[in-house]
Design a protein. Structure first.
Length: 277
């Protein structure tokens, strides 16, 4: 399969993507600080909105036709694309927050998962915390693979390997995958979170990706709820979603949506991110 030159950005374009990535990270940091029992998901949405607007950007989620919110908030069996609203978070909930910012025509996209404590249900909380840890680690395994990968779909293999190394049979969502990012939030190519036979496009300077494993405790089977957006597990088991926007450049890799460029997350894999020059 042939891939056009359009998926690769110039050095100047890569530099232009740094700020929207940092704005996205700041919005998620603000939401993370607010997550607690009793807080509504629409309050999380408002917190992210304030940061994005104050930084002179706009939510790229609101540029998606039919979606009017700043972030997606997915709770428990909701894995991705949950709509913020009056729902109040409860002790023991696992909540994934997905955010993105557009700044001067360029985009950032990232997601985090937070598990709320619940002394009354330690086993439930422990299982959900482990799910989040496994998902986040698989994200960093995929990012680290970009350092040496020849073709993109080595990333998906690294993500799947990392999840399987946990020793538990988690489900990896197949219908929802990562993507290229740049002038639009969703661009080619697709970034699979599992092993596929097609090697995919060449990994070389200028490639910018939103890598986002979505992992569930039970079956990977999902359905879209009546709101037309929220993706939930059929068996009702919990899900986790972690995401970063990552650039490959002449010096190496740089995680655009991490203030440290991914240094902390990549350290266990022996990879040192290099700032975009």
């Amino acid at each position: 399969m042939a891939f056009g030159r359009g998926i690769y950005k110039s050095p100047a374009q890569l530099r232009a993507m740094v700020e929207p990535g940092l704005i996205t990270a700041a919005a998620l940091d603000a939401v993370r600080e607010l997550v607690a029992p009793g807080v509504t998901t629409e309050e999380l949405d408002a917190a992210a909105s304030r940061v994005i607007v104050d930084r002179g950007a706009r939510s790229n989620f609101q540029l998606v036709r039919g979606y009017r919110h700043t972030v997606c908030t997915s709770v428990n069996e909701q894995v991705v694309h949950g709509i913020p609203g009056p729902r109040r978070l409860e002790a023991g909930d696992i909540v994934s927050i997905d955010a993105g910012a557009e700044f001067r025509g360029w985009n950032g996209d990232a997601a985090i998962t937070v598990v709320l404590p619940d002394p009354a249900r330690p086993e439930v909380v422990s299982a959900r915390e482990e799910l989040s840890r496994v998902t986040e680690r698989s994200l960093w395994a995929g990012i680290a693979a970009l350092q040496t990968a020849k073709h993109l779909n080595e990333v998906g293999a690294a993500i799947q390997d990392s999840i399987e190394e946990s020793g538990r049979e988690y489900g990896i969502l197949r219908e929802y995958v990562g993507h290229g990012i740049g002038r639009k939030m969703h661009e080619s190519p697709s970034v699979f979170n599992y092993r596929v036979t097609d090697p995919g496009p060449e990994v070389r300077p200028g490639l910018v990706l939103a890598i986002e494993p979505m992992v569930v405790i039970g079956s990977e089977s999902t359905f879209v709820e009546d709101d037309g957006w929220t993706v939930s597990t059929v068996d009702g088991t919990a899900g986790s979603h972690w995401e970063h926007s990552v650039a490959v450049h002449d010096g190496g890799v740089w995680v655009l949506t991490a203030p440290d460029g991914g240094a902390a997350g990549l350290a266990p894999f022996g990879v040192t991110p290099v700032p975009i020059g």
